[in-house]
Every structure is written in C-alpha cells, then in structure tokens.
Ligand binder design. Structure first.
Ligand code: HEM
Length: 337
C-alpha cells in the first residue's frame, strides 16, 4: 500500500528552480492542436470503447517538452510528450497520455520518488578528455557535452542513480540519448503503462498503446542543435498547409509479460493491432485555455478501457489532480471525486 501523501510529494520533488509555479512542473512548454480520430475496421473487435466504434471522434492534443524548465530549449535533448483527449459521442472525454520514452524510470511510486530526488538537475561538471577515454575503454557511454548556455544537467543525477538501481537503467539510458525531434509530429510516443481492454465478444486483453507518426521519425543532428524555439512554429506552419497523422498501435501482452511494471519492456515480437488514425489539422488560437490551462489525467478512461494494477499509473491520477490545482489549471477531471 502506497503512502497516501506520496502523490503530493512526487509533484513537489518534480518542481525545479528554473520552472514556474503557474505552469506544469514537468512538460512545461507545449502547444495544442486539434483534429479527429478514426478507428480501423478491426479496432472495435478488440475494444468496445466509444472512439473505436464511432466513425469519427474529435480530439485535442497537447505536445510538450518533458523538462520542467520554463524557458524554451527545443533543440536540447529531452523526452517529448503527447497528451490526447478524445471527445466521445456521449459528451464525456477520455485521455491517452504518451511520451517518447518507451519505458518508465521506476516500477513503483516509492522508487520513482527516490529516483526523482536523486535525478534533480545538477550543475554541469565538465568531463575531462581523459575521463572520456577511460569511459570508452570500459564501454561506459561518455557524458554529453552541455549545449551553449546549458548550466544544469538533466541527466547527471539520473545516471548516478541508475548505476546502483538496475530497474531505472533502461529508461535512463534511453532518456540520455533521446535527442530532439525535427517536429512534434515526427516522433513516436508511448503510453507506457498496461491497460485492460474489453473486446466485442467480452474478451479482456492486457495491452500497451503507442502513436507512430505517418511522416516517420526524424531527429535533429545532435552536432548541430537547432534554435531554441522551433517546434511550436513548425507545427503551426505545417498544419496551416497540410494535415499530420499518427497510427494508434496496440500491443497485446502475453502471460509472463510485466503488466504492472512500466519500467520493463515486453518482448519485441508481440502481436500489434492497428487501432486507428489520428489526423491533426489546426493549431487553436487560444493556447491559454486549450493548452496552458488544460488538465489531462491518465486515469480518465471510458467503458471498454480499464487501468491495470500498475501502481505508478494509479499514483499519477492523484499527482496530476494536485498539480493541476496548484498551477491553477482548468479543473482536473478527478477534482470533484
Ligand atoms: C509517478 C510517475 C509520474 C508522475 C508523478 C508524473 C507527474 C506529472 C505531473 C505532475 C504532470 C503535470 C500535470 C498537470 O499539471 O496537469 C505531468 C505531466 C505529464 N506527464 Fe507525467 N508523471 C509521471 C509519469 C508519467 C509517465 C509514465 C508518462 C508517459 C506516459 C508521463 C507523461 C506526461 C505527459 C505527456 C505530461 C504532459 C501532459 C499535458 O500536456 O498536460 N508521465 N506528469
């Protein structure tokens, strides 16, 4: 049983000195776009949720940089987020929150709290060329050089933590190498947790969702980091000219896979179902109401999709509710409960 105050402690520890209390403590910089979702012809066989049955469902999507820094540094290596809200035919909503990391850093709220405390951004310590050579010889990846103007390292504490906590190694290694996408719509995003979907014949399946960009994944050249603030401008320009699309892929877990631990991958040959296509066609003018103040929640599910017993998924429901209240966001879907 988790400490009842842990959801709040997690939000506190995620806040950074270069953040802004009126904004999200993580995924601070972002932009929303609108569009619609169309299910694939087979989707409703696997999940009876409204958006897999309706012909078309309106969506709002918020793309973000994972960092809690309130200054835009799009070109710096960082995890990116994609939070999707589906407006269902009965007037209710359901959310699917995803990020560019395929696995999370920790299996439980308690271990994530330990991780987040250790991983707090630290001042950069330059790594000497000799240390780099010694690391290469020991097959240890050298630390990335700071970008011009980058004084605190988002990775140093996380890497030190991963040295002694094996469960965080996969997430930390992937995060340290993730880079920057050329566009928010040229990255793949993973919902990370396992959800339980119910099919048309009543069969329940333990699944993981991810969004694959139809334009393909394309990162910037790490040797030539682009200007600080290009992702929002790029999305506006792109959607003024053409649509951007993503496929929603659903991977079906099998017995023995980790259903309640999002820091562990599933074997790569699991069955994947194409559940539908998301089309984005506009960037709304009102980026205050429809991005900054919006409050997503990973627990906002609908009939046909249930949470697994992943304790991290459960704690996020309260953490997002608390965070939304603290930053003065639009009431989180769970604030009345
Ligand atoms: C215990 C684990 C986690 C905690 C405590 C946590 C905490 C938070 C908090 C406090 C926010 C800001 C919420 C708001 O003010 O509206 C946030 C946003 C976000 N988180 Fe997490 N998070 C966790 C795990 C994850 C995971 C596993 C993912 C990936 C699926 C994720 C992806 C995101 C994204 C994309 C956003 C931005 C959502 C938006 O645009 O509003 N987080 N997180």
């Amino acid at each position: 049983m988790s400490d009842p105050g842990i959801a709040e402690k997690l939000v506190e520890v995620l806040q950074r000195p270069d953040g802004d209390l009126a904004l999200r403590p993580v995924h601070t910089i972002g932009i929303s776009a609108t569009g619609f979702f169309k299910p694939s012809p087979i989707a409703q066989n696997f999940c009876v949720a409204d958006h897999f049955k309706a012909e078309k469902t309106d969506v709002i999507v918020r793309f973000s940089n994972g960092s809690g820094c309130a200054v835009v540094h799009d070109g710096w290596s960082d995890v990116r987020g994609m939070a999707v809200r589906f407006h269902l035919s009965d007037g209710t909503d359901t959310d699917l929150i995803a990020m560019t990391l395929p696995e999370f850093f920790a299996p439980t709220p308690e271990t994530f709290l330990e991780f987040a405390e250790e991983a707090e951004p630290k001042l950069y310590k330059g790594e000497s060329p000799w240390r780099k050579i010694a690391n290469y010889l020991q097959l240890i990846l050298p630390a990335r050089d700071p970008y011009p103007g980058e004084t605190i390292s988002p990775d140093a504490g996380a890497i030190a933590f991963a040295d002694s906590n094996a469960y965080s190694q996969l997430g930390v290694l992937q995060a340290a190498q993730i880079g920057a996408p050329t566009s928010y719509v040229r990255a793949a995003y993973h919902a990370v947790h396992t959800f339980v979907v119910t099919g048309a014949d009543g069969t329940r399946r333990w699944v993981r969702f991810s969004w694959q960009p139809i334009a393909g994944v394309l990162s910037t050249n790490p040797a030539e980091p682009p200007v600080d603030d290009y992702l929002r401008a790029e999305l506006k320009k792109r959607l003024a000219k053409e649509t951007a699309r993503f496929s929603l892929m659903m991977t079906i877990g099998e017995i023995g896979d980790d259903f309640n631990n999002s820091s562990r991958p599933w074997p790569p040959h699991r069955k994947r179902i194409m559940m539908g296509t998301l089309t984005l066609n506009a960037v709304p003018e009102d980026q205050t109401g429809l991005s900054e103040k919006l409050s997503f929640n990973p627990g906002l599910l609908t009939d046909g999709i249930a949470a697994s017993d992943d304790p991290v998924l459960k704690v996020r429901i309260d953490s997002y509710k608390i965070s939304s209240a603290w930053r003065g966001g639009a009431p989180c879907p769970f604030s009345e409960s």
